[in-house]
Design a protein around this ligand. Structure first.
Ligand SMILES: *Cc1c(COP(=O)(O)O)cnc(C)c1O
Length: 346
């Protein structure tokens, strides 16, 4: 691996972060706070939130078994995705490599930050080759993006290939595990200490059922997390979100129940889809959604909209011609979808 200093943009490496009132004094003992120009009325929403989300990280640390110094929290994973570009990629000079197809935000953030985005096509079974990804990288490649289970294809990437990328690439590897809760594959969080160039992304938006509160997590070495903390907005995770997330962490057994139910429902849905006349090919899923090739994705998508049912049309995505991406819902929602598709005339 190149040193972190070599991988970081020089301006970011040199940056002295903005120091907020809550950064400079964060002891708990004081009872009169006249340091942040807040309004003393309208408790509890009058005070700035903890910029480092200490209590939330402490609770999260217990469940994820990762020390708080290795955790960054952001306004969705999307904030962490944007931060890796801003921290490491020099616009118009550096580039990043990613599998294709995958989650669209990596490319959007690359383009916003004026960083070249190099796509490497998966094979027809949506598997990737470490050799091909590494061959697409050069001395200006700072980041490689992997997503497992991948979106929109739904499959886990092969663990041995992921490990090869992490070991052989001399830049940083971003492994997006947004859907790992639904997979049988163990998370790479357990490997964090072994790999100083690994950044694992997770989110409260999927298994945790909290897309509305906007909370994403990045796990990495303490040095990488310090860089994120240095360039993030001081109060990037608001108080309501921190509070709600702590409440959810106290109810993690419920999340386990949801995940179990959703995996069973995924099995039922897949079984029913396989029998539908409009199904051409099912792709195996390790997530809370699956990809299915149908006779005519555009027609079927529009037909379902007419029935008040929205799925995702992935027809124009690489390798996903005539494919729909279907999120697993409640038993009732899934039955409505199947019933509508049974009525559809191929
Ligand atoms: C849904 C999703 C996320 C979550 O993004 P948030 O900003 O945390 O809501 C991240 N990565 C992938 C691949 C996703 O599909």
């Amino acid at each position: 691996m190149r040193t972190l200093e070599e991988l970081t943009r020089p301006n970011v490496w040199r940056l002295k972060p903005y120091s907020s009132a809550r950064d400079e004094y964060n002891g708990a003992a004081a009872s009169v706070f006249l340091d942040a120009n807040e309004n003393p009325y309208n408790m509890p929403h009058n005070r700035y939130p903890d910029p480092m989300q200490r209590e939330l990280k402490k609770e999260l640390s217990k469940i994820k078994k990762v020390r708080p110094e290795h955790i960054f929290l952001g306004n969705g994973s999307d904030e962490a995705i944007d931060l890796v570009f801003r921290a490491f990629c020099e616009p118009r000079i550096d580039n990043v490599v990613a599998i294709d197809p995958t989650y669209g935000m990596y490319q959007v953030c690359a383009e916003v930050n004026d960083v070249e985005y190099r796509k490497v096509l998966l094979d027809e079974n949506f598997r990737f080759s470490a050799d091909k990804l590494l061959a697409a990288a050069d001395e200006h490649t700072k980041l490689i993006f992997l997503c497992s289970p991948n979106n929109p294809t739904g499959n886990d990437l092969l663990r041995s290939e992921i490990e090869r990328i992490i070991r052989e690439f001399d830049g940083l590897v971003i492994l997006d595990e947004a859907y790992n809760d639904f997979s049988e594959a163990p998370s790479f969080l357990e490997e964090l200490d072994k790999y100083p160039n690994l950044i694992v992304l997770q989110t409260f938006s999927k298994a945790w059922g909290c897309a509305a509160i906007r909370l994403g997590m990045a796990f990495a070495s303490q040095e990488i997390i310090s860089i994120f903390s240095k360039i993030k907005y001081p109060y990037n995770v608001n108080q309501l979100t921190q509070k709600q997330a702590i409440e959810m962490l106290h109810r993690y057994y419920e999340i386990e129940r949801w995940v179990k139910t959703l995996k069973e429902e995924r099995g039922n849905l897949e079984e029913e889809f396989a029998k539908l006349p409009c199904t051409v090919k099912m792709f195996p899923s390790d997530a809370n959604f699956f990809l299915v090739r149908v006779t005519d994705a555009v027609k079927i998508y529009n037909y379902l909209v007419g029935e008040g049912i929205i799925v995702r049309n992935r027809n124009s995505v690489s390798l996903c011609g005539n494919c729909l991406r279907v999120t697993v819902g409640t038993r009732n929602e899934n039955e409505r979808l199947i019933e509508a598709l049974r009525k559809y005339k191929v």
